[in-house]
Design a protein around this ligand. Structure first.
Ligand code: 76R
Length: 219
C-alpha cells in the first residue's frame, strides 16, 4: 500500500511562532514521517513542506501543529504514493521507489510541484481511450521522461477522489532549468499535449529544516 503525501504551502504572518514551527517540523521528521522543507519563490507561499508517511492522521497532526504556531496554510495538496497501472510489470525495486520513496533525492535541491489531470473533453477524452492506447501513450511518455534520467526525479502521486486534480506531480532537479527543460519537453508527449490539464505551479529550493527556516525568516 502507498503512503499519504501532504504538500503544504504556507505563509508567514507577523505573529507566527518560528521556533514552534521548527519544533513541529523536527518532531514530525523524527516520528516515522519524511519531511521535505523548501523555500518557495514568489508571492504564492513562503515555506513549502512535503510530508509523507504511512499514517494520514500524523500528517494532519503536523498541519495542526503548524497552524497552532500561527503559520497560514495558503494552499495544499493531498495525494497517495502509487504504482501507475502502466508500470505494473516493472522491476520490484522500481515499484518500491514509487511506493516508498526516500526523499529528497541526493543533490537535487530544486523542487517544483503542480497538480494535473487527464482531459475529459468532448474531442479528447483520456477516459474513453482503451487501455492499450493509453498504455502506448504512457510508454512514449516514459521514453521521453527517461532522457532526463539522473537529471530529474519525478514522483507522481495519485489524488483522484482526494483532491481537485487526479495527480500531484513533484519534480526534483539540480537546478530550476532542469525542471523547466523537463516540463517543456514533456509538453510535446501526446499524453500531455492532448490530454493534460495543469493546476498551479510552485517552485522552491530544498534545504534542511534550520536552513529553510532561516531563509524564509522563521528564525
Ligand atoms: O514509473 C516509471 O518511471 C515508468 C514510466 C512512467 C510512468 C508510468 C513515467 C516516467 N511517468 C509515468 C506516469 Mn511521468 N511525468 C508526468 C509529468 O508536465 C507534464 O507534461 C506531465 C507531468 C512529468 C514532467 C513526468 C515526468 N507520469 C505518469 C503519470 C501517471 C499516469 C497514470 O498512472 O495514469 C503522470 C500523471 C505523469 C506525469 N515521467 C517519467 C516523467 C519522467 C522524467 C519520467 C522518467 C522517470 C525515470 O526514468 O526515472
Amino acid at each position: 500500500m502507498g503512503w499519504g503525501v501532504l504538500h503544504l504551502f504556507c505563509k508567514l504572518r507577523p505573529d507566527t511562532d518560528g521556533e514552534a514551527v521548527v519544533s513541529a517540523l523536527k518532531a514530525a521528521a523524527s516520528d516515522a514521517q519524511q519531511v521535505v522543507p523548501f523555500s518557495v519563490f514568489g508571492h504564492k507561499a513562503d515555506l513549502g513542506i512535503m510530508a509523507l508517511g504511512e499514517d494520514l492522521v500524523r500528517l494532519r497532526a503536523l498541519q495542526s501543529a503548524l497552524q497552532a504556531a500561527r503559520l497560514e496554510v495558503a494552499d495544499s495538496y493531498l495525494s497517495l504514493t502509487e504504482v501507475s497501472e502502466y508500470a505494473k510489470g516493472m522491476p520490484p525495486e522500481h515499484l518500491e521507489a514509487r511506493l516508498h520513496p526516500v526523499l529528497p533525492p541526493a543533490g537535487k535541491r530544486a523542487i517544483c510541484f503542480y497538480p494535473m489531470s487527464k482531459r475529459r473533453g468532448d474531442q479528447d477524452n483520456w477516459y474513453t481511450l482503451d487501455f492499450e492506447s493509453r498504455k502506448a501513450l504512457m510508454m512514449d511518455h516514459g521514453k521521453s521522461g527517461r532522457t532526463f534520467s539522473g537529471r530529474i526525479v519525478q514522483l507522481i502521486t495519485g489524488s483522484t477522489g482526494l483532491d481537485d486534480y487526479e495527480w500531484g506531480v513533484t519534480l526534483f532537479g539540480q537546478r530550476p532549468d532542469d525542471l523547466k527543460d523537463c516540463v517543456y519537453t514533456m509538453r510535446f508527449d501526446e499524453a500531455s499535449a492532448k490530454y493534460a490539464e495543469f493546476g498551479r505551479f510552485y517552485t522552491g529550493v530544498i534545504g534542511d529544516i534550520d536552513e529553510v527556516a532561516a531563509l524564509v525568516g522563521l528564525v
